[in-house]
Ligand binder design. Structure first.
Ligand code: FES
Ligand SMILES: [Fe+2]
Length: 342
């Protein structure tokens, strides 16, 4: 039987978007970026993820650390967004509070003895690594990263580790669509022949098998390639989506990791990073990278038309095909469950 979609207003309502940030995104791990950007002592990357300004840095002892990028005095941003190198300490640009790279408060000018330094260190965020990718998690009670990844490492075990690949680069795509509009689309293959012409030519239609795992939190597309562009992807591969915002494409010739995140109720950001096997020529790697970005653009292009119509008011609910969109139904059930639990 067909399932009703989520109501249209769930894709436009700022109150629901704010509930989702806490009930869904805070308790899950988020892909922060590649580890090599934070390799040297003092190196940091600061960025806003799912509405939280965060910084991940390498301290002078070599440990990776993550903090909210917020001063404990009156909440100024400590570091500008982007990559950089900390000097010995992090000094707030507002009134000069200084923090050690392990987060301890070192100095609060003119506060004297009134201030308990132990109580006023930086707010920590959890940080772990998988396949050269840094992941962060806001919620201290969430499971560790390995547990959260569930079946993913086992599914990826047949493919080269990122250490055996070359990092190629990253790209960011921003668009006017709720994050769920994009994820509804991510977990179904129904749109593939209509939206992705080149990808459809490279995929053996009968050999895309979509399966749900880990209580529906993981959706895997097991794919065989043929024809146009197939050589860039190897013969077989895996596309997977891990609720709520981690997506990847992996195969014998490369790995692409993507973070999908809400930007308020009506916008989203997708950030991707790609690694390629050394057997690929620079031209092949560049073609594959441009192709990967065009797939995200194709998805976002159709999602922006959906979003416009969800906002317009004529459409309130639709139907999901039991044969072709059962994973979209599962995704929407997870969203309902997480929001009702708050
Ligand atoms: S807000 Fe950072 S020192 Fe005042
Ligand atoms: Fe797509």
């Amino acid at each position: 039987m067909a399932t009703a979609t989520l109501p249209a207003h769930w894709y436009t309502d700022p109150t629901i978007a704010e509930q989702e940030r806490h009930a869904i995104f805070a308790g899950n791990w988020a892909l922060f970026g590649p580890e090599h950007e934070i390799a040297e002592p003092g190196a940091y990357v600061a960025q806003v993820i799912n509405g939280w300004p965060l910084v991940v840095l390498r301290d002078h002892g070599g440990a990776l650390r993550a903090f909210h990028n917020v001063c404990r005095h009156r909440a100024a941003a400590l570091l500008g967004d982007g990559a950089g190198t900390c000097s010995r300490r992090i000094t707030c640009p507002y009134h000069g509070w200084a923090y050690e790279l392990d987060g301890r408060l070192h100095l609060a000018p003119r506060f004297g003895e009134d201030l308990d330094a132990d109580e006023n260190g930086l707010l920590t965020v959890r940080v772990e690594i998988w396949r050269s990718c840094v992941f962060v998690c806001i919620d201290d009670s969430a499971p560790d990263l390995t547990t959260w990844l569930g079946s993913i490492p086992a599914f990826c075990a047949d493919y080269p580790e990122t250490d055996d690949l070359d990092f190629h680069g990253g790209f960011t795509v921003e668009g006017r669509a709720n994050w769920k509009t994009y994820c509804d689309n991510t977990v179904e293959g129904y749109h593939l022949p209509f939206v992705h012409a080149r990808l459809s030519r490279a995929v053996e239609g009968a050999s895309v098998e979509i399966k749900g795992h880990d209580d529906g939190r993981l959706t895997c597309f097991h794919v065989s390639y043929r024809g146009d562009g197939a050589a860039l992807r190897g013969n077989t591969g895996l596309w997977f989506y891990r609720y709520p915002g981690f997506q990847a494409v992996i195969g014998p010739t490369g790995f692409k990791a993507e973070r999908i995140e809400p930007v308020g109720a009506r916008d989203l950001r997708s950030k991707s990073w790609a690694w390629y096997a050394r057997v690929m020529s620079p031209e092949e790697a560049a073609d594959s990278f441009a192709w990967a970005e065009s797939i995200v653009q194709e998805d976002l292009g159709i999602c922006e038309t959906v979003q416009r119509n969800l906002e317009a008011g004529a459409y309130t609910n639709g139907l999901l095909s039991p044969a072709m969109e059962q994973h979209t139904a599962t995704f929407q059930a997870l969203v309902r469950q997480d929001l009702q639990a708050t």
